[in-house]
Ligand binder design. Structure first.
Ligand SMILES: NC(=O)c1ccc[n+]([C@@H]2O[C@H](COP(=O)([O-])OP(=O)(O)OC[C@H]3O[C@@H](n4cnc5c(N)ncnc54)[C@H](OP(=O)(O)O)[C@@H]3O)[C@@H](O)[C@H]2O)c1
Length: 242
């Protein structure tokens, strides 16, 4: 892997992320929020309904590396249904590395769901770890081997209140959102996104697949490029809100 910006030269994912310490810069009312997406060159965020076919092994390494550096990881229910998550940090060494950094060995998995229509047989609910679901549903989830905590909202999940709960009740300092496009739209619309990690895979797919944001934003959001890496024509960018 090459770093193109800043300070061009050879680098690997772990070296690049070693100085990235988002938990050191939380906001008072909410965690620092980063979003991570992979897209094709024509801006599509899924191929045949899944994100997996977009990126390479280097993209998977970036995803796994980023997960080691946040207190919590958030996804929308649509992403949980499409991707059927398992335990966030499966690798024992990475869990130990998190502890060395002063983080809990398992990041808190946070799901935002209106209807609580989730794939309860997915490995996330059997493999251990920690799960918190913000939901507008009154339904009772089935019993799961992985402990699941529910926070209920009325009508829809109020993300301002959810962020305050994460920061002030649970001490979450840094939150990584892994999508999808619907939840990303709400977070950007609320001005919550501090960092955007975007993998641009050297592929064109065409068709009707979603982009990394689906929906209107209140205004055009300018971004600054904080770093840019490259491996085998795949680009790994980190953008910041100025
Ligand atoms: N390329 C990538 O990096 C990437 C990353 C993630 C996802 N994806 C792709 O994106 C697609 C899924 O897109 P999506 O937009 O459906 O996913 P999403 O944003 O994960 O999920 C949308 C759902 O989240 C729930 N939700 C979001 N905000 C809510 C709120 N304020 N209150 C209550 N519920 C809320 C709703 O769930 P309910 O249905 O429960 O009401 C809503 O239908 C899949 O194809 C996936 O593969 C790609």
């Amino acid at each position: 892997m090459q770093r193109l910006l800043p300070d061009p030269g050879p680098v690997n994912v772990d070296e690049q992320l070693e100085t990235y310490r988002p938990w050191e810069d939380p906001h008072e009312e909410r965690p620092l929020v980063a979003v991570n997406f992979a897209a094709t060159v024509d801006g599509r965020a899924s191929i045949d309904g899944r994100s997996g076919p977009i990126g390479s092994d280097a993209d998977t390494a970036m995803l796994a590396g980023l997960r080691t550096r946040f207190d919590a990881v958030m996804i929308g229910a649509g992403t949980m249904r499409a991707e059927r998550y398992g335990r966030l940090v499966n690798d024992m060494e990475k869990r130990e590395h998190r502890e060395q950094l002063g983080l809990h060995h398992d990041p808190l998995m946070v799901i935002v769901s209106g209807r609580l229509d989730l794939p309860w047989d997915a490995p996330l609910f059997t493999d251990g770890g920690r799960v918190l679901i913000f939901t507008a549903s009154r339904a009772e989830p089935p019993p799961t081997a992985t402990p699941v905590e529910l926070v209920r909202h009325e009508g829809f999940v109020d993300l301002v209140a959810a962020m305050r709960h994460l920061r002030q009740e649970l001490g979450v300092r840094a939150l990584l959102c892994e999508g999808g496009p619907g939840l990303h739209n709400e977070l950007e619309g609320a001005g919550f996104v501090d960092d955007l990690f975007l993998t641009i895979a050297p592929k064109l797919t065409g068709g009707e697949a979603p982009r990394i944001i689906e929906g209107d934003l209140p205004a055009v959001a300018p971004l600054q490029l904080a770093w840019l890496l490259e491996q085998e024509s795949e680009l790994f960018a980190r953008y910041r809100r100025p």
